[in-house]
Design a protein around this ligand. Structure first.
Ligand code: NAI
Ligand code: AKG
Length: 417
């Protein structure tokens, strides 16, 4: 993974690339490139051995023109202020692409959760929730899971908030467990929209997904579910990876068996009867479809020169640097961007929030059906814009659609002459 590109600068470049196709005042575009505010805090947490450790944490509220700030919370040693700013900006344009009534936010704690006990992580999460309390709320800013967080952490945040506020407000966070007010289908939603985007992309490009060879980088929530659902479309999953490395079988891997192996051993590496590869080798395999589902900057300009995939569908946020985009556009590799492909997560978070507010819960079938409508409509809007604006790639098309929607909300709110 390249550590050179600054994700916040990448976001700003993506906005500029699309703004060039729109008739929007430069001052408005400038406003759309910076967060409205960023909370930076230091959390002091009691460890199990009696010592105290301090953790840096952030929450960026990028833009609220279309609704409450919305976006996940990440636990990772690589979290930084600029990373969180970028991730919160991508949330703004993601929510606009799928046309759900949210702005964008994102948070993170600089921590490797593997090094701490569950009790320590609970104290850390509740401490962060206390700091977040003045900012979050179902009409203000609504956190959700991201890398290394899930239902457990969301339940802790909800409980801390509700206790301090002396209220019941399950819609203050999404991605909760079902018993705490979560939605059916939320855990699978990010991988599901990745699958739907891949399916629509192959159809649009007149390619057959059945039998298509697929490599997936990252085998966590987004990557594993995407792999399983793309496999169910009849594609041939030839390689998957996690931070330990990649496994490759040209005859096809069984995604469920690999997942079970990872659950037992902690990694995909060591899975029997397959070839072991590096992550870089996986990313440059000659496959029909490549799905980056790990972290930002997985493919930079240098690596992009060696990419052999025909189609890339981004399950991760920001896996390609702007340099990589330029190289891949030049090579005619079709990249379907994160702000569409992984938008299933926030879309089903929206369904969860709606259900929380109505205290009326939907079946998983209804969630999946409504998600499919939103993702396929968004895909059609994106490809319409790709053709109408004659932009070089699908990312720019997605930003053209999204920026126009945010600008329309801003100006309709009476903020501009
Ligand atoms: N969880 C969600 O609902 C959503 C997640 N995303 C994005 O999807 C991506 C993955 O998130 P999750 O699956 O939730 O996280 P996760 O923590 O469940 O999984 C991350 C996976 O990436 C792997 N990984 C980390 N570094 C790697 C590397 N250098 N090479 C290969 N694999 C590596 C990890 O081993 C793990 O398997 C992130 O970019 C996240 O922002 C986007 C939308 C929603
Ligand atoms: O479910 C959500 O609100 C946001 C998920 C997220 O962080 C993302 O889409 O990157």
């Amino acid at each position: 993974m390249s550590d050179e590109a600054n994700p916040f600068e990448s976001l700003q470049e993506q906005i500029d690339d699309a703004a060039a196709y729109l008739d929007v005042d430069d001052d408005i575009i400038h406003r759309l490139k910076y967060p409205e505010r960023v909370l930076e805090t230091n959390l002091s947490v009691d460890l199990d051995d009696g010592s105290i450790e301090r953790f840096k944490a952030f929450r960026s509220e990028f833009n609220g023109d279309r609704g409450p700030y919305k976006g996940g919370i990440r636990y990772h040693p690589g979290v930084s202020r600029d990373e969180v700013k970028a991730l919160s900006g991508w949330m703004v344009y993601k929510c606009a692409v799928v046309d759900i009534p949210y702005g964008g936010g994102k948070g993170g704690i600089v921590v490797d959760p593997a090094e701490y006990s569950a009790a320590e992580l609970e104290r850390l999460t509740r401490s962060f929730a206390e700091e977040l309390r003045p900012f979050i709320g179902e009409d203000n800013d609504i956190p959700a899971p991201d890398v290394n967080t899930g239902q457990r952490e969301m339940n802790w945040i909800k409980d801390t908030y509700e206790t301090l506020e002396n209220t019941t407000e399950p819609g203050v966070v999404t991605g909760k467990s079902i018993d705490a007010g979560g939605s059916a289908g939320r855990v699978e939603a990010t991988g599901r929209s990745t699958m739907l985007t891949a399916r629509e992309a192959f159809d649009y490009l007149d390619k057959d997904i059945e039998g298509a060879s697929v490599a997936v980088q990252g085998y966590g929530n987004a990557g594993w579910i995407a792999t399983k659902l793309i496999d169910e479309l009849g594609a041939n999953i030839v390689a998957v990876s996690d931070s330990s490395g990649a496994v490759h079988d040209p005859d096809g891997l069984d995604p469920v068996a690999v997942k079970e192996f990872k659950r037992e051993t902690g990694s995909v590496s060591g899975y029997e009867g397959v070839e072991e590869l590096s992550n870089e080798e996986l990313l440059t395999m000659d496959v029909d479809l490549l799905v980056p589902a790990a972290l930002e900057n997985a493919i930079d300009g240098d690596l992009a020169a060696d990419v052999q995939a025909d189609v890339i569908v981004e399950a991760a946020n920001g896996p390609l640097t702007p340099d990589a985009d330029d190289v891949l556009t030049e090579k005619d590799v079709h990249v379907f961007p994160d702000i569409l492909a992984n938008a299933g997560g926030v879309t089903v978070s929206y369904f969860e929030w709606v259900q929380n507010r109505q205290r009326f819960y939907w079946s998983e079938e209804r969630v999946n059906e409504e998600l499919e409508v939103i993702i396929t409509d968004a895909f059609d809007n994106l490809t319409d814009a790709y053709e109408a604006f004659d932009v070089p790639n699908f990312r720019t098309a997605a930003y053209v659609v999204a920026i126009q929607r945010v600008v329309d909300a801003f100006t309709d709110n009476g903020n501009w002459p």
